[in-house]
Design a binder for this molecule. Sequence first.
Ligand code: AMP
Length: 399
Amino acid sequence: MKVLVINSGSSSLKYQLYDMTDESVLAKGLVERIGMDSSILTHKPTGKDEVTEVSEILEHNTAIRKVIDKLTDKTHGVLESVSEINAVGHRVVHGGEFFKESAVVDQQAKKDIRALIDLAPLHNPAAIMGIEASEINMPGVPQVVVFDTAFHQTMPEKAYLYAIPRVLYNKYKVRRYGFHGTSHYYVSRAAADFLGKPLEDLKVITAHIGNGGSLTAVQGGISVDTSMGMTPLEGLMMGTRSGDLDPAIVPYVMNKEELTVSEVNLMLNKHSGLQAISGISSDMREITDGLEKGDPHSTLAFEMYEYRLRKYIGSYAAAMNGVDVLVFTAGVGENSAIVRKAVCENLSYLGVEIDEELNKVRSGDPRRISTPNSKVEVLVVPTNEELVIARDTYQLINK
Ligand code: AMP
């Protein structure tokens, strides 16, 4: 049984083909610059050479057709025919309150995903394009949607409501949803497996810190709080996003600088965070390079990033009245020993103690970086959102 996982963005499309008999990846790849000139398809069949092709790909339908061409290509392919694909799993960013778990795509599911475009104007239209392009190119093949928000639907009202007039929730569903749910779900379970303990008995804080970043308090296996809100802008300081700020700043700055709604959105989403404070980059590698060279702006950006991350960890330990496991994942969490060290050094009041040598180890497997004396198990767990999507897809269509 083979499952094609698709992560469709507005101008890009990532894919991975799984053989679910052993959950191996047969091929993966990426189509970039959809709708622009010189679109690029990069295809990596497992055990064979990577191929890159530049052509004009105007929309998602053509992108999927090209992906299928590559998957079934005589030289670079891994399938005899497209009919070997048994199901398609799609990543969808916003499931709102409609989707508490993954779902098989039908007319109602598509209608609900469309109804959420207001809440995710950049992401949900792309997901719909990916779904419809798959329907055209793989007619009759069942499709499943897996949501970034679904794992957080267990948050209690006290965590998800904003302290603003209730009518805004009733009319427009203004509330906190949280994102990166597939990743928080995966790494919390992988952490419990690694420790050989039942997740139901654990208080886990998962730190998914990459270009975007969010923290989740996972208690008894479910999400009880998470740092992103109605949109992925709330919470931690990120590569180019501001994270938390006084909401009064928005009308103040709009007024002073005569900014439109889209301009202020652009400022907070694309021109803030590490990028704004360092003036150099949104990439943690460049920030830590700057830190090591003594650049004052990079140093401040690093300190703000770490300080805010640490404050959130403390607040989630408070939310759960304790923490047994702290998990780092995603680009920064998996790779940046210096960020992990800075955060953990300042969590000694929780009994966190990390082993500096273990912290420096690089590996693609889950690993412990805390000492045997540490009161909190600190782990690095590589995330795998595609695998969760493939598993959910497989399970749902076999129900
Ligand atoms: P992600 O969004 O999970 O793909 O993470 C991407 C981000 O991870 C990049 O923008 C970098 O900031 C960060 N990153 C990747 N590799 C490293 C590394 N070796 N050290 C520090 N940060 C890294």
